[in-house]
Design a protein around this ligand. Structure first.
Ligand code: NAD
Length: 350
């Protein structure tokens, strides 16, 4: 029986991928997440039911989801120590399908700047993953890199440009400076993806999502946090830094759509942008949310907070040309969805 594997399956992108796989396929899904950040599937899967065999939770009436609460590295060690581990221990005859690797220490700007060594542990998680795929040979592999891999000198207030895939040239002789340990680990992951494709014949694609957001994102991320504060009509409205810094916000449904399209069309480790192609400042974002809430707050900059690069956004022309994909959800539509959920959540809490 075919099993797709999703690491970090209980995080923001992982959860959305699991839901898509349930919709798009009839296959089984192995989910691994240590819940260091993620939330248990009982909180985000509709009609949740489960039974336990040893340390695996089998979820849903159809029994297609198999969830291990475990460090992904430990899971891979067990698979490598004994390739028949899943059969011997749980009676599962696993024919490996696609592997989606979302287990990572991410944590937003405060974590990326505040604890760069903890974020560098991504190197360890990724190295174990790449070593495993080289031997296990999944049908196809998805590696999430990030816009943080791009050179930071192309994202300053005076020199910001729409970042193109060709601005990172792993096969060339010069590389730019990525964004701290987070960006370096992603750049290393992209390098390993190329090696996996060339030396081990793995079908793999790397994606560089810009600022992915969605209704079910953790409140430690700016978009849902700003939506909630607007729904409460916060005034003055606090913003990290001057608020003039900008990002390329892309709805998670667009991220999913582009990711699955890319897996069908790219197999050689090539990395692609996933963004809207538009730069939006945090001040503009606050204005959009406060317009949904029908008020006009005073914006209060918090200049001691970490803000990262000034302007990070992408050029989506390579994606259009290479895989024929374009983003579909406008900023207004996507943010309105997040706002409506924030309003509902506040009502429920009252
Ligand atoms: N969300 C975005 O917009 C975005 C943008 C660029 C790149 N990415 C990349 O996509 C991936 C997923 O991001 P996300 O936003 O879902 O982050 P997230 O923090 O919501 O999810 C990561 C998940 O991995 C789990 N995890 C962490 N370490 C683990 C370990 N050792 N073993 C098992 N599970 C572990 C966490 O509990 C969490 O559920 C990351 O690699 C991230 O860098 C995301």
């Amino acid at each position: 029986m075919k099993f797709h594997l999703v690491s970090g399956a209980c995080g923001f992108v992982g959860r959305n991928t699991v839901k898509q796989l349930l919709k798009r396929t009839k296959d089984n899904i192995i989910m691994v997440d240590d819940l260091s950040v993620g939330t248990h599937p009982s909180k985000w899967l509709p009609d949740f039911s489960s039974k336990k065999i040893k340390d695996v939770e089998i979820i849903g009436k159809e029994e297609r989801l198999f969830y291990w609460k475990m460090d992904f590295r430990k899971f891979l060690h067990k698979l490598q120590e004994n390739p028949d581990w899943l059969k011997n221990e749980y009676g599962l005859n696993v024919e490996l399908g696609d592997a989606f690797h979302f287990a990572a220490i991410v944590g937003g700007r405060a974590k990326i700047e505040g604890d760069p060594m903890a974020v560098a542990l991504d190197l360890s998680i990724d190295a174990e993953f790449f070593n495993w795929i080289a031997k296990a040979k999944p049908e196809r592999v998805l590696y999430p890199s990030s816009s943080a891999a791009y050179p930071i000198n192309m994202q300053t207030e005076s020199d910001a440009v729409a970042l193109k895939e060709s601005d990172i040239n792993i096969d060339g002789f010069t590389l730019g400076m990525p964004d701290l340990t987070y960006g370096w680990s992603k750049m290393t992951g992209e390098f390993l993806a190329k090696i996996a494709a060339r030396h081990y014949g793995i079908s793999i694609v790397c994606i560089r999502p810009f600022s992915g957001y969605g209704e079910d994102q953790d409140l430690s991320y700016p978009v849902p946090a700003i939506a909630r504060r607007a729904a409460r009509k916060e005034d003055p409205f606090e913003v990290w830094g001057s608020g003039k810094q900008g990002r390329d916000f892309v709805h998670i449904d667009d991220v999913m759509d582009c990711m699955f399209t890319a897996m069908d069309k790219i197999h050689d480790g090539t990395a692609i942008n996933i963004g809207s192609g538009k730069l939006t400042s945090f001040i503009d974002l606050i204005k959009l949310f406060s317009s949904f809430a029908s008020y006009n707050p005073t914006i209060k900059p918090l200049i001691d907070k970490p803000v990262g690069v000034h302007s990070r956004y992408c050029d989506m022309s390579f994606v259009k040309e290479r895989i024929g994909w374009e983003p579909k959800i406008s900023l207004e539509e996507g943010m309105k969805r997040v706002y409506d959920v924030a309003v509902e959540n506040l009502k429920r809490e009252r």
